[in-house]
Design a protein around this ligand. Structure first.
Ligand code: GLV
Ligand code: GLV
Length: 331
């Protein structure tokens, strides 16, 4: 008998096909996230799951799903998964690193340019019939070229953002928990700075850290107060890295010039205050969303699930310590 797996949201048919060769697949075709109780019920008889960042995989759920051996997230971020609980119960967890770096970095630049040059604000005015002709001082923005870019979080995505800054002749400073090797700094054209110094120097601050208790409200009122009033903040990382309330206050009071935001605290229920502000570019968590990249992410997660349930080590295993306890669970 094939092991049973659940695909919690709509995915590409190719991913369902390869899963179908190995497993009895139940797929949520409605693409509506399962509420926690329904997710637990759906997973009760499953050996594995292909999950997304809209699925909360916590200890309560895992304890109810005693057959579960692997949770394979279609995302590089995995803050929706309680890794410690997974390890304790022998559940392997995986993510999809690497394949989305370039798409996410490209999109970060879309946010940077749109915020600096007021692209969405100007388009909204045009669509509303407010354009009465060319004016010298219409929608004056800020130059991106030769500005100072501050990158917080210099992992794969942060580095890809830095490399793209070269074309804009920017000065790049970065902050990271650990300083990068000189060779990588040079390849990225980026110089290390403490977080406070970076916030004080940058014209554009872009965030590329994972969300965790350590990065919760990494950018709050105090950090925003260090930024130049002419600066822009870009977040294509995770909601919760920024204190949205503090950001709204800074934007409203003119203590920050603008922002480009793809992620929010409590998304999709973003604070309506953002909608009222013209100096913010808002997108619905789509930074990795290209046809090619989202397909690669789904296939990568599927391959992780196949490896996990066919007694191979999943290529993107996040919690190797689960392997020791995993053997206690049977398929
Ligand atoms: C998207 O937000 C991801 O973590 O892949
Ligand atoms: C603008 O369109 C210009 O010609 O400068």
């Amino acid at each position: 008998m094939k092991p049973k797996v659940l695909v919690t949201r709509e995915v590409f048919d190719e991913a369902l096909e390869i899963l179908g060769r190995h497993f009895e697949v139940t797929a949520n075709q409605s693409d509506r996230p399962f509420p926690p109780d329904e997710l637990a019920r759906q997973l009760a008889d499953k050996a594995g799951a292909l999950t997304t960042l809209t699925d909360r995989i916590d200890a309560t759920l895992l304890e109810r799903c005693s057959r579960l051996k692997a949770v394979c997230n279609i995302a590089v971020g995995f803050n929706n998964i309680d890794l410690a609980a997974c390890s304790a119960l022998g559940v392997m967890a995986t993510n999809t690193p690497g394949v989305l770096d370039d798409s996410t970095a490209d999109f970060t630049w879309a946010l940077i340019l749109a915020a600096a040059r007021r692209v969405t604000e100007a388009e909204a005015a045009l669509r509303a019939g407010e354009w009465k002709g060319w004016k010298l001082k219409q929608f004056l923005g800020q130059d991106v070229h030769h500005a100072t870019l501050g990158i917080v979080g210099m992992g794969r995505i942060g580095q890809a953002v830095a490399r793209r800054a070269r074309g804009f002749d920017m000065k790049v400073v970065y902050h990271n928990t650990r300083r990068l090797d000189a060779g990588i700094e040079q390849a990225c054209g980026a110089a290390y700075a403490g977080l406070d110094e970076l916030l004080e120097r940058a014209d554009i601050v872009t965030l590329h850290v994972p969300y965790s208790p350590t990065t919760h409200h990494l950018i709050g009122a105090k950090q925003l107060a260090r930024m130049k009033p002419t600066a822009l903040l870009v977040n294509a990382a995770r909601g919760g890295v920024v204190d949205d309330g503090a950001l709204l206050a800074a934007l409203r009071e003119g203590r920050l010039a603008g922002a480009g935001l793809d992620v929010f605290e409590n998304e999709p229920a973003l604070d309506p205050g953002f909608l009222a502000l013209k100096n913010v570019v808002l997108t619905p968590h789509i930074a990795s969303s290209t046809e090619a990249t989202r397909r690669k992410m789904a296939l990568m997660a599927a391959e992780n699930l196949i490896a996990a349930l066919t007694a191979q080590r999943p290529p993107n295993l996040l919690n190797p310590d689960a392997l020791a306890t995993a053997s206690k669970r049977s398929l």
